[in-house]
Design a protein around this ligand. Structure first.
Ligand SMILES: [Zn+2]
Ligand SMILES: [Zn+2]
Length: 379
């Protein structure tokens, strides 16, 4: 690529902004401490801003607007729009256009932050270049139809500047530390926001386990979840992007999931989409099967045949139980939705059947695990 060509491809607004903000953050913080302006109120406020803005990206930009994994009330949409703007990561429409392409073409040339182009490219490098495909705004018609998002898109720089710098300055001025508001809750918080989000595109496609699929580069990692507000369970997310959760076990650190769940409990979020457990376990089992088969491939033909038959039998048992469970769940929910007292006994019968099917299903999962462990010893 010629030098002229590279220069033409540079997105100068992004490049300057991303280069200057860390300098302002570091110099401003140093001045703030050296001049004796340090103030705990400002620190606490900056941390609150970090969470409000970071989670407006994960719960708002990402799980609500990009993936439609739930619906939110207007005040919640407003909050995510305002505080998400304070992260200076672009408008919801642009952000989601990029992100939907990232999922649709994961790891391919079209993926705007494909990890195969390099760790630093996926982390931040891609932002230094003009992203032609995203500018076309394809695949985000639903977002253009939302007047709030259209308004944000048309007035973005003003909204983002006020929310990112003006708002923290005004709040911190209440305790006489407007400049602390600017440098700590504004610039320093913004730089952290940026890197925490970018880690999802770099680290979450780089380090960690792949329990659901190794057909794409995304990884599950509890450590990255700590500073990405729960987005570290990225292998699950790429397999099931429509699920409002990323960390699915109750103890998985996923504050974004807890926030959405909490909002649903106070009536401010609805239609939380959850993938049926048997589908999730099925994907895990498929992945384990691939790994087991690979491990045992070099063994003698007798072992390979034995393994093949054992896996097939365990899988058949699991699949039958899985289908039965899905079927009974559907019937059970259908009966329940009728809300008819006259069929109460039928609903109760179905509830018992459903729990039986669930028990059977988890027994086949336990059998699968025992089988996989046993075969693992042969490898
Ligand atoms: Zn990803
Ligand atoms: Zn996503």
């Amino acid at each position: 690529m010629s030098e002229k060509h590279i220069l033409q491809r540079i997105n100068w607004t992004n490049t300057l902004f991303i280069t200057i903000t860390p300098v302002v953050a570091i110099a401003g913080t140093a001045w703030w401490i050296a001049s004796g302006s340090f103030n705990w109120a400002t620190v606490i406020f900056a941390v609150a801003m970090l969470y409000a803005t970071g989670m407006s990206i994960t719960a708002g930009y990402h799980r609500l607007f990009s993936h439609r994994s739930y619906t939110a009330s207007k005040p919640v949409e407003w909050f995510f729009m305002l505080f998400g703007s304070a992260s200076f990561e672009g408008t919801i429409i642009d952000w989601c256009a990029d992100h939907r392409v990232h999922h649709r073409f994961q790891d391919k040339e079209e993926d705007p932050y494909a990890i195969h182009k390099g760790f630093w490219y996926a982390h931040v490098g891609w932002l230094f270049l003009k992203n032609w495909k995203a500018e076309e705004g394809k695949g985000v018609k639903d977002l253009w139809a939302n007047p709030l998002l259209k308004w944000q898109h048309e007035n973005y720089i003003l909204i983002a500047s006020v929310m990112c710098f003006g708002f923290p300055m005004a709040v911190a001025a209440l305790w006489g530390d407007a400049l602390g508001g600017l440098f700590i809750a504004g610039a320093l918080r913004l730089v952290l926001n940026h890197h925490f989000t970018w880690f999802i595109n770099s680290l979450c496609h780089y380090v960690g386990a792949q329990p659901y699929s190794d057909k794409h580069t995304s990884r599950d990692n509890w450590f990255t979840a700590l500073f990405t507000y729960g987005e570290g369970y990225h292998n699950f997310h790429h397999e099931f992007p429509g699920d409002y959760r990323n960390g699915i076990r109750w103890f998985d650190y996923d504050p974004t999931k807890w926030l959405i769940y909490g909002l649903s409990k106070i009536g401010m979020a609805n239609g939380l989409h959850v993938v049926a457990p048997e589908r999730i376990i099925e994907r895990k089992i498929q992945m384990q099967e691939v790994r087991l088969t690979r491990k045992l491939a070099k063994k003698s033909p007798a072992v390979v045949t034995f393994a093949h038959e054992t896996i097939a039998a365990a899988k058949a048992r699991f699949q039958a139980a899985s289908e039965r469970l899905a079927d009974i769940r559907e019937q059970y929910h259908e009966l329940q939705s009728k809300k008819d007292e006259a069929i109460a006994h039928q609903v109760e019968e179905m509830r018992v059947k459903f729990h039986e099917a669930q028990r059977e299903f988890y027994q086949t999962v336990a059998m699968w695990k025992a089988m996989a462990q046993g075969l693992g010893k042969l490898a």
